[in-house]
Design a binder for this molecule. Structure first.
Ligand SMILES: [Zn+2]
Length: 146
C-alpha cells in the first residue's frame, strides 16, 4: 500500500533544486565561463511575442489564451448562445476558422497562407506570421462588429 508523501520542507526543496540543477549543468559538461552566455542566449530566445508591436502582441496573447472576442471562445464562457461565424455563417467562429478557412476573409490573407500549422504560428511562428495573424483577427472583428 502506497504511503502518503511526507511534506517537503523549504530547505529540502532548495537542496533538491540545487543538486538537480548542478547535475544538469554537469551532464551538459559546461564550464562556469560557458554557463552565463548560455543563460543569456536562453533569455533572448524566450518569446517572440515580446518583439511584436503592442497591438499585435495583445491579439496573439489573446489567441493563445483562447480569450478572443470570437464566438467559439465567448460560447465556452457562456457569453454567446451560437458559435456560427458572423461573416460566412458556415462554420464555427474559431481562431483556426478566421485565420485560414473563412471565405469572407480571403481578401485579407496573403497568397500562400498559412505556411505552417496554426499552433506553430501562435506559439513559435516567425514575426511576420504572428503579425499577419494579428492583422487577420483584427480585421475579422472589425467586420463582424459592424
Ligand atoms: Zn466564416
Amino acid at each position: 500500500m502506497p504511503q502518503p508523501r511526507k511534506p517537503l520542507t523549504l530547505t529540502d526543496a532548495r537542496s533538491v533544486l540545487q543538486h538537480g540543477t548542478a547535475k544538469l549543468w554537469t551532464a551538459a559538461q559546461l564550464t562556469d565561463d560557458e554557463r552565463i552566455p548560455r543563460f543569456y542566449e536562453a533569455c533572448k530566445a524566450r518569446d517572440l511575442l515580446q518583439g511584436l508591436p503592442r497591438s499585435d502582441a495583445v491579439q496573439i496573447f489573446r489567441a493563445r489564451a483562447k480569450h478572443t472576442l470570437l464566438l467559439a471562445d465567448r460560447a465556452r464562457h457562456g457569453w454567446s448562445v451560437t458559435t456560427v461565424c458572423r461573416l460566412c455563417g458556415e462554420q464555427e467562429e474559431s481562431i483556426a476558422h478566421v485565420l485560414s478557412e473563412c471565405r469572407e476573409m480571403a481578401d485579407v490573407r496573403p497568397g500562400k497562407w498559412p505556411t505552417v500549422p496554426m499552433s506553430e504560428i501562435l506559439w513559435c511562428g516567425d514575426r511576420a506570421a504572428m503579425r499577419t495573424s494579428a492583422k487577420i483577427m483584427r480585421k475579422f472583428l472589425q467586420r463582424a462588429m459592424r
